[in-house]
Design a protein. Structure first.
Length: 158
């Protein structure tokens, strides 16, 4: 019965996340599948009950949406810097762009810190710690898998 409830919650969270993502640039089906898998794994690792899961993912989805918007702006600033450096712009324009990038990076760190603080209202401090470790390990494992796939493709082409 708990398994059925967990699946229902996952579907509810995923559907609400898909609706929220409709307003964002398309990320592709592979990214969505990875995000869905990540959420299922998070539920398993954090061992949350129904109510906590709903509250956690409401904050998590909002955080992810905010972070994606900030990172999009951050990438646009870096693109601007690239154009400035290629166009031999004056140093003051380049310095301003670098300062804007730094402020954007601070905003990313601030957003993450605020999210971790807000999580303390939803899950225990131990679960917050497990979440932080999970994020690092999940992203690290994902990069390793992608590297292995690229290596495998490279070897097949030889």
């Amino acid at each position: 019965m708990k398994y059925v409830q967990a699946v229902f919650i996952v579907m509810l969270v995923i559907s609400s996340n898909v609706i929220a993502q409709d307003q964002l640039p398309a990320r592709g089906p592979a990214a969505e599948r990875i995000e869905q898998f990540k959420k299922v794994r998070l539920m398993e690792v954090l061992k949350m009950d129904e109510e906590t899961t709903i509250r956690f993912f409401a904050r998590y989805n909002k955080f992810e949406e905010t972070l994606r918007a900030i990172q999009k702006d951050h990438n646009e600033l870096i693109d601007q810097l690239q154009m400035l450096s290629k166009s031999n712009a004056n140093n003051s324009d380049i310095e301003r762009a670098i300062k804007d990038i730094g402020m954007s990076e601070e905003k990313i760190v601030e957003t993450r810190s605020k999210f971790l603080e807000e999580l303390k209202d939803v899950i225990s401090i131990k679960q917050v710690a497990e979440y932080v470790v999970f994020e690092r390990n999940f992203n690290k494992n994902l990069r390793e898998i992608m590297r292995d796939i690229a290596k495998e493709r490279w070897n097949r082409q030889k």
